[in-house]
Design a protein around this ligand. Structure first.
Ligand code: T4K
Length: 390
């Protein structure tokens, strides 16, 4: 196996070489190690490790400013942040969400004995289709969770209109949408609340972590109580709660990574454009297009394999893996096909045709700061070869 270091490698024996190191989807973007070590010293000196420490407060303020939103409530991960937001909004009965999302969106409801009702998506944006949402409303529906998939905003205005018409609460799973916008306004300002994930594999990470963004003072206060067992002061519990706190070491990673954001977005965007250049035009293949008028983090590069592609999606993935390019199928086969939902709602698939079509054609390609134009040129040439070989 040969690693790629120069453009010359592209031409070896007229065939693309394999990568010696595996290229992953979701390799963490790492900030400055020396800056992180300084924070570690600070943490050791202060002996302040958790429970709303100064670094967590600093991180919350900077993330709120970045998203131009009033409150950022940091949590230990995005899933707990979803659960706390759902509980703080007092959702119950049935809540409508897409099936085409990471399983955590559905689990956060089921875990709280709320029925996740899966609505179909728009085949172009991969986000909820408002008309499909309307079809799923019943007297038991209390809320809608839109997912800003790949960082592309869900149809916020249309979903808000449906929520208003039916007296439902609207919130968003914004795990993919750190630093993204909708109609020019930053994500974090829509619905009742929006939930971020800072998992290692995300555009912005705190090792593990997450947060809820909201402009609602009362809701923010409630979630702060809920993430800390309901404590409102020493010996004073005033609300049911759990342990959803972020620690100082996680916040330190976040502060370091915040300083690195522009560089990461720039690299991701260059990678996305290099993939567009290399892939668009190959038979049956296209790169999912972001709205050029919006801010994006370009965290995910999504290749769609159409019916007119000579090679199947799965065969392309298999061939890429053989070249050490660990492309992924996210979020196949959809939450409704996973347990327990497959058994609980066996007929859900009947109304999820676009979910099926999209789930079967998506390949997420490696990107992030480990990649560059030359490596992407090589990945694209490998893909071109895979589909011309058959
Ligand atoms: N909502 C949505 C829409 C989400 O996408 C997510 C999380 C959530 C909610 C929940 O938020 P959190 O509770 O996670 O904060 C990953 C993540 O585990 C998950 O956080 C994420 N979505 C999901 C989209 O992707 P996998 O199954 O891809 O993880 P894994 O272990 O296969 O890692 C991917 C690749 O990254 C590997 O090939 C190796 C590499 N990697 C991974 C880690 C953790 C590294 O190089 N270093 C690392 O530290 O799920």
């Amino acid at each position: 196996m040969k690693s790629i270091s120069s453009k010359a490698d592209l031409a070896i024996n007229g065939a693309a070489p394999a990568f010696s190191d595996k290229l992953h989807v979701g390799r963490p973007n790492m900030g400055d190690k020396a800056a992180f070590q300084k924070y570690v010293d600070q943490i050791f000196e202060s002996r302040w490790l958790s429970n709303n420490g100064p670094l967590v407060q600093d991180l919350e303020q900077r993330i709120a400013e970045h998203h131009q939103v009033k409150h950022c409530v940091a949590m230990c991960n995005g899933t707990i942040a979803l659960e706390i937001a759902i509980r703080a909004l007092e959702l119950s009965g049935e809540v409508i969400l897409p099936s085409y999302t990471f399983i955590a969106t559905a689990h956060a409801l089921h875990w709280q004995e709320i029925t996740p009702v899966f609505a179909d998506i728009d085949p172009v944006t991969h986000c909820l289709d408002p008309e499909a949402v309307r079809k799923m409303i019943t007297p038991k529906t209390t809320g809608i969770i839109g997912v800003h998939l790949w960082g592309h905003a869900a149809p916020v205005d249309e979903l808000q209109q449906i929520a208003d018409e039916h007296g439902l609460k609207l919130m968003f799973d914004a795990a993919h949408a750190f630093g993204c916008s909708y109609k020019g306004a930053m994500i974090g300002n829509f619905g009742e609340a929006e939930v971020l994930s800072f998992h290692a594999t995300k555009f912005f990470n705190t090792f593990e972590g997450g947060a809820v963004l909201t402009n609602n003072d009362e809701l923010a206060e409630k979630m702060r109580l809920m993430r800390n067992f309901g404590f409102a002061g020493m010996d004073k519990v005033i609300h049911p709660g759990t342990n959803g706190k972020m620690t100082e070491i996680h916040a330190a990673m976040g502060l370091v990574n915040l300083d690195n954001l522009n560089e990461v977005v720039h690299r991701n965007e260059e990678n996305y454009r290099a993939y567009q250049q290399g892939i668009n035009g190959l038979p049956g293949l296209s790169i999912y297009a972001f709205d050029e008028n919006e801010k994006n983090n370009f965290q995910y590069v999504v290749m769609e394999v159409g019916d007119d592609c000579p090679v199947s999606r799965d065969a392309i993935i298999e061939a890429l893996h053989a070249e050490n390019i660990l492309a992924r199928k996210y979020f196949w086969p959809g939450c409704h096909k996973m347990l327990p939902y497959r058994e609980l709602y066996p007929h859900a698939a009947l109304l999820l045709e676009n979910t099926k079509v999209v789930g079967e054609k998506v390949i997420v390609l490696p990107t992030g700061t480990e990649l560059n134009d030359i490596r992407i040129e090589l990945i694209s040439s490998i893909i071109a070869e895979i589909i011309s070989d058959r």
